[in-house]
Design a protein around this ligand. Structure first.
Ligand SMILES: [Zn+2]
Length: 126
């Protein structure tokens, strides 16, 4: 990563979390279908586990994403504004810019939304 936003590509570790959300991306509302009728999604730690971030590996810190939006979260080109809960994007022409989440996960913590939003704002300013 070049903008100080660390990669945090850790697949969902909680079977319960995936089932509850039916593998649906919280940004775009899509799911990725696999052979055999299985579905696929990825979990992103809003406050990364590694580096100097020391984010916790708990449900409140994990947003459910499709692979494309996971990449955008890893690179901090997208974030959720913790005040409005609307999506922000470095490309204001992005379809999801200034739109609400496809759905909210009730246990997603404001603390970690704020943490990721701070990383996003810092990345924009580089
Ligand atoms: Zn998505």
């Amino acid at each position: 990563m070049t903008n100080g936003c660390p990669s945090d590509c850790i697949h969902i570790q909680y079977g319960r979390l995936k089932v509850e959300n039916e593998y649906i991306c919280q940004i775009c509302g899509t799911t990725t279908f696999l052979p055999g009728g299985n579905r696929y999604a990825e979990g992103h730690h809003l406050q990364p586990l590694g580096g100097n971030h020391h984010g916790p590996d708990i449900l409140e810190n994990i947003i459910i994403l499709c692979p494309n939006h996971h990449a955008e979260f890893d690179y901090c080109s997208i974030a959720i504004n913790p005040n409005t809960l609307y999506i922000e994007h470095v490309d204001t022409n992005d379809y999801y810019y200034n739109r609400p989440l496809a759905y909210q996960k009730n246990n997603l913590s404001m603390e970690f939304l704020e943490y990721h939003y701070f990383l996003y704002l810092n990345g924009k300013n580089i």
